[in-house]
Design a binder for this molecule. Structure first.
Ligand SMILES: [Zn+2]
Ligand SMILES: [Zn+2]
Length: 104
């Protein structure tokens, strides 16, 4: 997948909205097989931080990451200063269309 600020190019959907998920969710999108549960962290306002994070203020991850990374086990909200730190633990851009088709 090609990375374009806030947008990605998906093989199936073309240029679409981008979200950030853990690698296990990205793998599940490839396999078209849901992970058992998805947990979300909201960051109220990250609009003025680094441009590469443009486009979304949420991180999605799975229960495996709760165990392996110590992420919260329920949906939560974090101060925006924690975004980069959490992102760096292994999130990647994913296609919003692929994500919503599989999970919603
Ligand atoms: Zn995960
Ligand atoms: Zn897609």
């Amino acid at each position: 997948m090609l990375f374009i600020m806030g947008r990605i190019e998906c093989r199936q959907h073309g240029v679409t909205g981008m979200i950030f998920t853990c690698p296990h969710i990205i793998q599940s999108l490839r396999d078209q097989e849901k992970t058992e549960r998805i947990i979300r962290v909201d960051f109220p306002d990250i609009s003025d931080i680094e441009e590469k994070y443009n486009g979304d203020r949420k991180l999605f991850y799975c229960t495996r990451c709760v165990v392996e990374q110590g992420f919260p086990s329920e949906n939560s909200e974090m101060p925006r200063d924690d975004f980069s730190q959490m992102y760096d633990k292994g999130f990647d851009p994913a296609c919003w269309d692929c994500f919503t088709k599989l999970y919603f």
